[in-house]
Each structure stands twice: as C-alpha cells, then as structure tokens.
Design a protein around this ligand. Structure first.
Ligand SMILES: C[S@@+](CC[C@H](N)C(=O)[O-])C[C@H]1O[C@@H](n2cnc3c(N)ncnc32)[C@H](O)[C@@H]1O
Length: 448
C-alpha cells in the first residue's frame, strides 16, 4: 500500500505562516531589549551575537526561521537544482580560505565604500580576475558586499573573517586541513582496513595528512598553522556558547563550598568562568600532567585568590586508567566523550563512577543529537513544531555536521540522549535531567 504523504501545498502555507509569525517574535524580542535588528550590510556587532546573550525565546525563533526557510525553498525548487547546489557546497570553504589567507576582510576594515578588487589583489599578490570571482561568489552567499561592480566591502558576516576575530581561526582550520581531510571520507569508509575502525590513526584526517590531528600541529606542515588552531578553539567556544554554563544549571540552589571536579578540564577555563559568577563553589581541575601545568599558569594569572584560599586544586589524571579525586559533589565532563569510542567512554565513566559518593552528580556537557524522524511516543523533548523536521533540520544542522567532523578528524562521534543514557546505565548511573543549554545539552546523572 502506498504511504500517505503530506499535502505539500498545506505544508508550504504552514511554513510561510510560521516564518511570518516567528519574524514578528524576533522583532518583538529585539525591541523589548531596545534594539533594532542589525542589517546584514552593517559591520558593527549586534546585541545578541554571543549565544549567552540570546534568550530562550529568541534562540528558538532563530532556529525556526533557519529551518523553515530552508525547508520551504527545498520544497518549491526543482530537486535537481537543489542537489546540484548542495554538491557545489565545497566551493564556499575553498573560496573562504583564499579570502582568509589574502586577509581581504582585514584590508576592508573601516572602508564602507569598499576597495576595488585590483587593489585587493595587489595587496595579496593574487590574480585580480580570479580573486574577484571568488569574492563575488562569496558575496552572492551574503559574505562580503559588492558595492559597485568589482568593488567589495565588509558586511556582518565577513567581519568574522578579520584575523583578530577568533572565529576566523575556526574558519581557517575547517576550510584548510578540515576540508582536505573531509575529501578522504569515502575512501576511509570503503577501505576494509579502516571501514569500521574507531582509531584516530584510521581517520580520514590521518589518511589526508599522514598524522592524527594533534600530531599534525607538531609536524613541519602543521606547526605553521598551530596558532590558528589555538585561535580556532577560542572561536569555537564563542560560537557554541561556552559562557552558557553559569546560566544553564540551578547553581543558585547548590550548597556553599560544593566541589566540582572538571574531568579532562584542560586549563579549567570553564570552571574559571563559573566560579566568577558562583564564588561559593570549589573546584578540582584534572587532566593529563602537562595540561595541568598549563591550568596552574592560567589560574595564577586569572584567579590567584582561588589558589591561595585553596578553593581550587590541580590534580593530574589519566582518565582511562585512574579514578578522579573522590567524593566531589559534581563530576563535569565537557566535550570528553565525543572524542572516544564506546569502549573507552565506558572506561572513563567507570572510573568516574568509582570516585562518586552517594550524593555526587555527573554532568555531561555535549551536543545531544536527535533523529530526523518524529517521536510520537509522547516522551520526546524539544521537538520542533510540524511541518518542520523534529530535530529543527537546518536550524540545528551544525550538531549533525559536527558529528561528521568528529568522524573525519578523530573517527569518534557525537551521540543521542538515548546513546548517553545507555552508556551511563552500563556503568552504574541513572539519568535525571537534560538541561537545555543552547547548542549543547547538559545531561545530569546520579548513581543508580
Ligand atoms: C576536547 S578537550 C575538552 C577540554 C575541556 N573539557 C573543554 O570543554 O574545553 C579534551 C580534553 O581531554 C584531555 N585528555 C585527553 N586524554 C586524556 C586522558 N587520558 N586523561 C585525562 N585527560 C585527557 C585533553 O588534554 C583535553 O584537555
């Protein structure tokens, strides 16, 4: 029997109505805060550019618009046209890398009247004709503005490419070593030697560069862009709302002197920010020995009082082999499990479980993926309204792209809530709550 399909005319009218009502919500949110919506042509930063400044209502409205506009245009355009455009997608990062390396956005700072491509090409030692075509393609995708034929100026999007903006580092990393690694995905997945491997040595990145991602930045080729990678990590934190942590959880209800152990906390930058808002907390930062030394340096500079008053401790740890400091109130794992296959995640979680006291809590801070098909069981959370895809489609597409990025870079993965629950149940935890924290989710567990 044929499957009954939606009535597309009804769907596109519903999408158009959703777009119209959601645009009104966005205008209201801006005007409530006393702001106008910044024009794409502007080069000033907007009031809500940082994710932590965006209210829950505004964030939902923005992802609804992104999802609905894409779904509407994919519905009405010819499928061949849509799919051909998608397959040309690689040209955007390829062109972006040319513009980044040529520092086009830097040359255009404070030049609202723009610069002729001949002048831009001279500054960057590129062929003017070719550079102009790349800039026009980018401008056609709303990054840069063509103010007169062959005269280009910055806009709101191209300002992210200015070299002092940390996001430019992320764009460089993705459009350079990332794009080259991505082009080897199919080979890595079809070679019987690497097809089902979860080792970083069998990743598309390793295939493309002959070394895994972290080794790459110590290699002769990679060391030339290692500073860009460090900048990329800062940009990544800004874009994905690293500063959301103090706002996401009910820290105000947590008792005085509650201790949070940041497992694989790197230099402890997350807890550093959290303790600025909640100085009642105490912290233990745990990571590999050399990283812990960097953590001490950062805290000595940023919060020496916490060290003097013994409100923070730095304890080296190999979380695959050792148990973290016992009996902390919280064990916090941010962007740890997504680096590892299930077997290693179980080792890490078992070690954390051994350290926990009866009242300790585990907080996993990761992207939480949702299937693209609607869950009709009545238990699903955060599904988008119909006729949108339930996981917000293009409104949250970066989560799914980041999952593939993890496959390309490390042979690792992002996970669904169900996958996190299964992993933790196998290691003695009980799921308590998913705290919505913008792009990433904060998942709370107690001991089973
Ligand atoms: C993706 S980073 C996440 C860092 C931090 N949690 C954050 O959100 O910024 C992964 C961290 O795991 C640490 N790491 C890797 N292997 C480790 C191990 N075996 N034991 C402890 N830490 C490890 C790395 O040094 C790094 O700081």
């Amino acid at each position: 029997m044929p499957v009954a399909l939606h009535n597309s005319s009804a769907d596109i009218i519903a999408l158009a109505n959703l777009i119209s009502s959601t645009v009104q919500e966005i205008v209201t949110e801006y005007s409530k805060a006393g702001h106008d919506i910044p024009s794409l042509d502007s080069t000033d930063s907007g009031p809500f550019d940082a994710p932590e400044k965006v209210s829950g209502t505004l964030s939902k409205a923005i992802r609804t618009i992104e999802a609905a506009c894409a779904q509407l245009s994919f519905t009405v355009a010819s499928p061949g046209h849509v799919m051909t455009n998608k397959s040309y997608g690689y040209e955007e990062p390829a062109g972006m890398l040319v513009a980044l390396n040529a520092k086009v956005a830097d040359h255009l700072v404070d030049k609202p009247e723009g610069l002729h491509v001949d002048e831009l090409a001279l500054k960057s030692d590129l062929d003017a004709g070719k550079l102009g075509r790349i800039l026009r393609m980018l401008a056609t995708k709303h990054c840069f503005r063509e103010v007169k034929p062959n005269v280009f100026a910055n806009n709101r999007l191209s300002m992210q490419m200015v070299s002092t903006n940390p996001v430019s580092g992320l764009l460089g990393h993705m459009s350079d070593e990332g794009l080259r690694a991505g082009s080897r995905l199919n080979e890595a997945l079809t070679d019987p030697k690497t097809a089902s491997s979860t080792s970083a040595d069998d990743s598309p990145f390793h295939r493309a560069h002959g070394v895994s991602l972290f080794g790459f930045y110590e290699s002769p080729v990679g060391s030339k862009v290692s500073e860009r990678f460090a900048q990329a990590m800062v940009g990544w934190g800004e874009v994905t709302g690293k500063a959301m942590l103090p706002k996401v959880y009910a820290w105000e209800n947590v008792s005085e002197n509650a201790t949070l152990c940041d497992v694989g906390g790197n230099n402890g930058h997350m807890v550093l920010d959290l303790m600025k808002e909640y100085p009642k907390l105490k912290a233990v930062i745990q990571d590999l020995p050399p990283v812990i030394e960097q953590a001490k340096e950062l805290w000595t500079k940023e919060n020496p009082q916490a060290i003097e008053k013994r409100r923070v401790e730095f304890v080296p740890l190999d979380f695959l082999k050792e148990t973290p400091v016992p009996n902390c109130d919280f064990y916090y794992l941010r962007h740890i499990l997504h680096d590892w296959p299930n077997s290693d995640c179980q080792k890490i979680l078992s070690n954390v479980r051994k350290a926990m006291g009866p009242k300790s809590r585990l907080l996993i801070h990761e992207f939480v993926l949702q299937p693209a098909v609607r869950d009709t069981s009545g238990t699903a959370v955060n599904q988008a309204p119909e006729p949108l895809l339930p996981n917000y489609g293009m409104g949250r597409v970066r989560l799914y792209q980041q999952d593939i990025n993890m496959m390309i870079l490390f042979n690792s993965k992002e996970r669904t809530l169900q996958e996190f629950i299964e992993l933790t149940e196998q290691t003695g935890f009980k799921f308590e709550k998913l705290w919505d924290s913008g792009e990433a989710g904060l998942i709370e567990f107690t001991i089973a």
